[in-house]
Design a protein. Structure first.
Length: 593
């Protein structure tokens, strides 16, 4: 009996597990736990018979003085733990690295241009894996020295072949940060540990069944291959899981109301859905939504990567709709053109909320005939079934207020006007986000903890938080808005400072303007303090990400309160490092004061 193998874990595998867990903990969801447990189960079940065979046929062995003693099918318990901890560490590393990527946009319908080559890539990959299996087989059959290599290949490569066949699109198409990097770094790390363990004799590969080549001094080529293929298996497994989730959440027509934790059977069904049944417009709509968010809002783009699964998709689509609607109105050449857009948007809402099977095509015809091509996906893919109609109508009423600004009239005269406006353009957005959260996390009124009153209380608090965000937005954009002929600061406040609309339009800077900006920010933070507690009543998966979204935006307000802030394109911006720090604190559950 000895503790040497156990010490390998204590020194080299458990510390990274703790570190990675700490790092990922604020984002760790039930879905992540499900994925990891699923993969660990497969890893343990599939490795035990193989490893047990290798030990019983003395291809490798463990001196009795390095292991504690208990065994499972002849495998030392430390070794079984290795399968678990390796799968855990590599999986967590993948989860961290792949978080910023919105994977559904990497689905390909394989119908046009270079995408038509993808079935060939699949085939080439399949044949390559089959050839490697054949090579493994011939090594096992042919001679003693290639036995260990052959056994690794005939055990692992059929799984790789299967995972490739199910998820080749993501394996090839995702950014390298989701594929190559999470394979390469854990593999390199395990190669180093293995070198140390083999040198110390913690485990021994017996002579006669190995080729005798070393990757570097102390690292047998078979060991290097073993860790490479096992990490590749783990990452391919994670990618196949995510591929299935992307299919489930991207095509609601094929998989209506996909559950939060889909059963293995449903995951397989998703992976086996023929590509020709995928809705290309959904993918294009999502691609447009991601590009739009990335271009237009750094705060929300950054925050969106902390959301997961269906909710991430829904918020992206909701953002896309709101942005397109706002831009149609703001970019219109004349007030009457802007009014016409609002009228068309009202009509669109009327159509979708009275939709039935017969009117389905009428709706898409209406959009195609009345809106520019670059806006059509955003409109048609609004997740309206999860959102009530009222906040959308109110949002449009908010845009109508924007049109009331003329050289002679100003719609925001009192603080109450300001509050109504902010409720319409931002309180409503908060409400819609919360409705999506309730829907996606299945907080129906039958869930005791989500009784009606509680839901209403959260929505009301969300409204207040939205108003706070809009006050920050107005405080940031005094000069930008003035260029568009708009002054959102209430007339009563201007008069008290000895200012007027005209004076702000002419010169939106100076001491008095700064004092009004401060007043607006003070109100924003007071409202935010009053509302932010309610975030903790949201479903646990949404809390951290929502904190990140609202905190990232409120940080603009904090920047504005400091002297000498950086202005880009006329707007105060939050430096990247500072944004990261805010997000990290928000994820860990801390709101700034
Ligand atoms: C993470 C993610 C993808 C979130 C998406 C959120 C979303 C749907 C935003 C829509 C934004 C939008 C374009 C709305 C149109 C009206 C408008 C312009 C509103 C202002 C947004 C600021 O955007 P931006 O700075 O890009 O605007 P301009 O360049 O000035 O045009 C607003 C300030 C509103 C934003 C309000 C929210 C996102 C609501 C946030 C509050 C919650 C989610 C509720 C918190 C919950 C509790 C319980 C307190």
């Amino acid at each position: 009996m000895g503790f040497e193998y156990a010490l390998v874990h204590v020194k080299y595998t458990i510390p990274p597990a703790i570190l990675l867990t700490q790092l990922y903990r604020p984002l760790f969801s039930k879905l992540d736990a499900y994925k990891i447990v699923f993969l660990i189960t497969i890893a343990v079940v599939s490795t035990i018979p193989w490893d047990s065979y290798l030990i019983r046929t003395r291809i490798w062995s463990y001196p009795s003085h390095v292991i504690i003693g208990p065994k499972l099918f002849d495998i030392p318990i430390e070794e079984v733990f290795f399968f678990i901890i390796q799968t855990y560490n590599t999986s967590l590393f993948y989860l961290i690295l792949s978080k910023p990527t919105f994977q559904p946009i990497y689905l390909r319908v394989e119908r046009h241009g270079s995408d038509r080559l993808w079935p060939w890539y699949k085939l080439i990959g399949q044949w390559s894996f089959i050839s490697i299996i054949a090579l493994g087989w011939s090594l096992v059959k042919g001679g003693v020295e290639g036995t260990y290599t052959g056994l690794i290949l005939i055990w692992a490569v059929p799984f790789l072949l299967l995972l490739w066949s199910l998820a080749y699109q993501f394996i090839l198409g995702l950014p390298l940060s989701n594929t190559l990097v999470p394979i390469a770094i854990p593999t390199l790390y395990l190669w180093i540990i293995d070198t140390l363990a083999l040198k110390r004799g913690t485990w021994v590969i017996n002579t006669g069944t190995k080729v005798g080549l070393h990757l570097w001094d102390g690292l047998e080529i078979e060991e290097a291959l073993f860790f490479l293929v096992t990490n590749t298996l783990i990452i391919f497994g994670q990618i196949a899981f995510d591929h299935a989730l992307s299919i489930l959440y991207t095509f609601p027509d094929l998989f209506p109301d996909a559950p939060l934790l889909p059963s293995p059977l449903l995951l397989i069904r998703a992976l086996l859905t023929a590509v020709y049944r995928w809705d290309e417009d959904r993918i294009n709509g999502l691609k447009e939504a991601v590009t739009r968010l990335k271009k237009k809002s750094r705060s929300f783009y950054f925050a969106s990567s902390t959301f997961q699964g269906q909710l991430r998709t829904d918020l992206l689509l909701l953002y896309s709709f709101c942005r397109v609607a706002d831009d149609l109105v703001d970019d219109a050449a004349t007030a009457s053109e802007a009014s016409a857009w609002i009228a068309k948007l009202h009509r669109y809402l009327e159509l979708i909320y009275s939709r039935d099977e017969k009117t389905d095509t009428r709706i898409s015809d209406y959009v195609v005939q009345n809106f520019p091509p670059g806006t059509q996906y955003a409109l048609l893919q609004l997740p309206y079934l999860k959102i009530s109609r009222q906040p959308l109508e109110d949002l449009l009423h908010g845009f109508e207020t924007d049109l009331e600004f003329t050289p002679t009239s100003h719609p925001i005269n009192t603080e109450s006007d300001l509050q109504t406006y902010a409720h319409r353009v931002a309180g409503t957005v908060a409400r819609m986000c919360i409705e999506c959260i309730f829907y996606d996390y299945q907080c129906t009124s039958t869930t005791p903890s989500f009784e009606r009153d509680q839901k209403q209380r959260i929505i009301d608090a969300g409204d207040v938080a939205g108003i706070a965000l809009q006050y920050v937005n107005i405080a940031r954009d005094i000069a930008v808005d003035a260029k568009m002929g708009r002054v959102y600061i209430p007339t009563t406040w201007l008069t008290a400072e000895g200012l007027s609309h005209d004076s702000i339009l002419k010169d939106p800077h100076g001491v008095h303007v700064e004092s009004l900006r401060t007043k607006l920010l003070d109100k924003a933070f007071a409202l935010y303090d009053q509302a932010s507690e309610a975030i903790e009543e949201l479903p646990v998966e949404a809390r951290g990400p929502i904190r990140v979204a609202v905190e990232s935006y409120m940080e603009i307000g904090r920047v504005l309160r400091q002297e000498g802030y950086v202005v880009k394109a006329g707007r105060a911006t939050v430096p990247k490092i500072r944004r990261l720090r805010v997000a990290w604190k928000a994820l860990k559950g801390r709101l700034q004061k």
